[in-house]
Design a binder for this molecule. Structure first.
Ligand SMILES: [Zn+2]
Length: 162
């Protein structure tokens, strides 16, 4: 497993000096540390997870988005979603796995999946993302998604069901 913190920090509650420094310099985020520790813990029972790696995380409230290298989503999701289910339970979060993409629109669509994005309009430093009304329940509380998308898109994002 290639993870953003050292082996000692994966096992302990505290971060060593070197890893703390990387956190302070924004090379890694708290959510990266959280996921790396959860993956280490879950892989004790599910060694298949050791093949998984991730690039970035975006966490707001109970929504946790994990960006993984192209073609590798299956490794963290597992057979029939077994691994990701364990991770969700362990972390108490709704984890969304997305393969890396340079297209912001593509990123948004993948995070919302299986809810379907119908359209995206661009305003003055703001965006509106239209999602089918039928999918409102699938998205649930939209606020964490709006916050994560705002961070990705560098502007205010509003999700509109209709
Ligand atoms: Zn460390």
């Amino acid at each position: 497993m290639r993870l953003p913190i050292c082996g000692a920090c994966l096992e302990s509650e505290k971060l060593c000096e070197a890893c703390s420094e990387r956190l302070k310099n924004n090379e890694i985020k708290h959510s990266d540390v959280e996921l790396a520790r959860a993956m280490t813990k879950v892989s004790e029972q599910h060694p298949q997870l050791e093949k998984a790696e991730f690039l970035k995380t975006h966490a707001v409230d109970d929504v946790f988005v994990v960006e993984v290298p192209k073609g590798s989503a299956g490794q963290i999701i597992g057979r029939k979603g077994a691994l990701i289910k364990e991770l969700c339970t362990h972390m108490g979060k709704r984890i969304k796995v997305v393969e890396e993409t340079n297209e912001k629109r593509d990123f948004v669509e993948k995070v919302l999946n299986p809810a379907k994005m119908k359209g995206l309009t661009v305003g003055d430093n703001s965006f509106k993302i239209y999602v089918d009304k039928m999918d409102e329940k699938r998205v649930g509380n939209k606020e964490p998604f709006e916050k994560i998308f705002s961070e990705i898109m560098n502007g205010k994002v509003e999700i509109v069901f209709g």
